[in-house]
Ligand binder design. Structure first.
Ligand code: MN
Length: 710
């Protein structure tokens, strides 16, 4: 705990050192009195994590964040406290680590692990967060023996599936190898024991041979005037274990337990030594790897070859420069060893620019681009990864919505979906999901199924297919029939006939906009409520008007004539009178007439907003005739908790009063989840309207009801 201070002083200076000392003191105070499972002081943990990062050569902000990485989670310290003491950069790192703390990997499937790693990288935003997290995990794995066997196994599994591959991906082989060996120790304790004992023995037997090879290679170096180092290095246990498993071999059959490593100064020297070795010993075919010309995706560079030595033994030899060797051990972290000034930036390119710089500095521009892209691919990929409430990862296309999520779980979940929670908050169904969101779909058995609008909301083709499948199943005769009747009624109300509106061209025009495959499908969708009749009919009228603009006036007049009785226009007789569709006056309403050019007088309600900007000269006094016994249309808006409920309440009331529903048009508010249904009701007087409104207001299922001008 105190030696870390010494190491800080040896490694950092000036502002960096004072920042680190402050972070040390702060964390120490914050964790005071807390203990780890081992019984040690808790503060040992952040100190060790910080120490690992000092060894990796990371910058002061990262090491400071390592000291502080558990204070938000485990102590009363707030984000504001850290911002005040240490600034935004350190805070962001600490918050990043805290955020990753909360997500847990559950599943054992390979694909899930890969998704999880992606989520991890994407959520971390700053790669340094992941490096802190790796160091944190490393120390936790080192002190795993204090936990229950069950937790040991779970943690080791998670480490092997998620963290070790991440360390590998970032090229930090030091951490990767130690993590893998620790995992082996807890996941396969017997095998681990067997390997550690037997490998030591094998090493002892081989020691002389290894020395011999090292000596020979050293001679090669001095003969050609190349300076460098040669040594034998035992491979880590997990890599030996994996080879035995993958190739189904016994320990005796694994010949490369020790690798000979040659480290020289330049790339040219690497190839020179490489050639000399092949000149002396026969290489094993298929085992020559030039990772200098073609680096591994994690930017590992080295020459590998396996040769048959003249002592009859096979050895793997790795040849690389000092720089490559350093990069191989530290991976991405190698950067900070050589670069003091790291620019702060949000932009991904700039954030990752240092990787590019490292790569360029290593002379591999083309590969650096590839590497960058592979990292970027994780972060800005065309998919978005989200969680189920149970913690399973679901991969969806970019910009996917809760509906895509619901359908990806099961088409039944999608079809019965009535709402969604993201991170425990209710959201509209068209909300765009972000990586790492926890999505919870609310279903209802009484749901009528998907709405036609959903086809415009979903982003995944599989969801679209499932929605359409549902509609196809609903293509029942009765729905088609009902839809046709509804369409016809609405058409008539608007002054058109069905055959006028629905022509082949018109259907083509509409289906291009609404993705109906056939007229039956369209009628069925209307019939069972996937789409409202108004929604569809306006598009047909649109087309009709476009194709026959000259007939429009006649159409207008015809549509009004049936309603023209019952009103007297002051001082004029025989005038064509129609009722305005915007406010639908009924007898008893205060009314006023508007003289329209060419088609008579339109009767509006006195307070109709559409009359506000009309020239005075065109308004004319009108009044209801005494025998105003014709039927009129009135529009009302009714709010309730579901559309079906509203419909049934209104239908019952209307039937009781002997009125008639002409058309309805409902929608559900995404935010409030309330259903609003517009009704067009045919009635004879304002009294009838008032009694309907009163009746509805008294019904407990109705939240609100009012008359509308439209
Ligand atoms: Mn920790």
């Amino acid at each position: 705990m105190f030696e870390i201070l010494q190491r800080l002083e040896n490694t950092y200076n000036g502002k960096d050192l004072s920042l680190l000392k402050r972070a040390y003191d702060f964390a120490r105070k914050a964790h005071e009195k807390q203990k780890r499972a081992s019984g040690e002081e808790y503060f040992i943990h952040p100190c060790t994590v910080a120490g690992i990062l000092v060894d990796l050569g990371l910058d002061a902000a990262t090491v400071a964040a390592a000291f502080l990485h558990d204070v938000i989670e485990d102590t009363p310290v707030s984000e504001g406290d850290i911002r005040k003491e240490f600034g935004e950069e350190v805070l962001e790192l600490v918050v990043g680590v805290t955020k990753l703390e909360k997500i847990q990997f559950h599943s054992k499937e390979e694909e899930q692990a890969e998704n999880f790693r992606k989520i991890f990288v994407a959520m971390a935003k700053d790669i340094r967060v992941i490096i802190i997290k790796l160091a944190d995990r490393l120390h936790n794995m080192r002190s795993l023996n204090f936990l229950s066997i069950e937790r040991q196994q779970r943690m080791a599994r998670e480490t092997l599936d998620v963290y070790a591959p991440l360390a590998d991906r970032l090229g930090i082989s030091q951490i990767k190898c130690e993590l893998e060996d620790l995992c082996l120790k807890y996941l396969e304790p017997e095998f681990y024991e067997y390997l550690s004992i037997n490998i030591d023995e094998r090493l002892k037997e081989n020691l002389e041979l290894v020395d011999h090879v090292v000596e020979e290679v050293n001679k090669m170096l001095s003969d050609s005037g190349v300076s460098g180092e040669v040594f034998g290095r035992r491979k880590h246990l997990y890599s030996i274990y994996r080879k035995m498993k993958e190739r189904n071999k016994t320990l005796d059959q694994i010949y490369d337990i020790v690798a000979i490593r040659v480290i020289v100064n330049t790339v040219d020297e690497c190839y020179e030594v490489f050639g000399k070795i092949h000149n002396k010993w026969k290489p094993v075919p298929g085992r020559i790897k030039d990772y200098i010309a073609t680096p591994k995706p994690n930017m590992y560079r080295s020459l590998h070859t396996t040769v048959v030595t003249n002592f009859g033994r096979v050895f793997e030899i790795q040849i690389r420069t000092y720089e490559m060797n350093h990069a191989a051990e530290y991976g991405i972290a190698a950067h900070w060893k050589y670069k003091e000034n790291k620019k702060e930036a949000d932009d991904l390119d700039t954030r990752l620019s240092w990787i590019r710089e490292v790569m360029e500095w290593q002379g591999g521009l083309k590969d650096s681009k590839e590497f960058l892209n592979s990292l970027k691919g994780d972060i800005y990929s065309s998919e978005v990864l989200v969680f189920t409430p149970k913690g399973d990862v679901i991969s969806l296309p970019k910009d996917a919505t809760p509906l895509d999520f619901a359908y990806s779980i099961h088409s039944a979940v999608g079809n019965k979906c009535v709402g969604a929670k993201v991170n425990s908050k209710m959201v509209p169904l068209n909300t765009v999901l972000q990586v790492g969101d926890v999505v919870d779909i609310i279903t209802s058995q009484s749901s009528k199924g998907p709405s036609w609008d959903w086809l415009k909301i979903v982003k995944s083709s599989s969801a679209r297919v499932k929605i359409k499948q549902f509609f196809k199943r609903e293509m029942k005769e009765e729905n088609v029939k009902m839809g046709r009747v509804m369409f016809e009624a609405e058409a008539k109300r608007r002054g058109y006939s069905l055959s006028e509106l629905i022509t082949e061209e018109a259907f083509e025009y509409v289906s291009a906009k609404m993705s109906f495959n056939s007229q039956d499908e369209m009628f069925a969708s209307i019939g069972y409520g996937a789409v409202t009749v108004n929604h569809v009919i306006v598009k047909f009228i649109d087309f009709y008007r476009k194709s026959q603009p000259q007939q429009e006036i006649t159409k207008f007049i015809r549509s009004t004539s049936k309603n023209s009785g019952g009103v007297k226009v002051k001082g004029m007789a025989g005038l064509l009178v129609r009722f305005a569709g915007c406010c639908n006056p009924v007898p008893g309403d205060e009314i006023i007439g508007f003289i329209s050019r060419g088609h008579g007088v339109t009767v509006h309600r006195h307070d109709c907003p559409n009359l506000k900007h009309v020239e005075d000269g065109r308004l004319i006094e009108v009044s209801w005739a005494e025998d105003a016994g014709n039927a009129y249309n009135a529009s009302i808006k009714v709010v309730g908790s579901t559309q079906i409920e509203v419909l049934s309440v209104v239908a019952a009331a209307v039937a009781q009063l002997n009125l008639e529903i002409v058309s309805t048009n409902g929608r559900t508010d995404n935010k409030t989840k309330q259903a609003t249904v517009d009704f067009n009701i045919r009635l004879n007087s304002k009294d009838e309207l008032n009694s309907l409104l009163t009746k509805l207001k008294q019904d407990s299922k109705i939240i609100d009801v009012f008359r509308t001008a439209n």
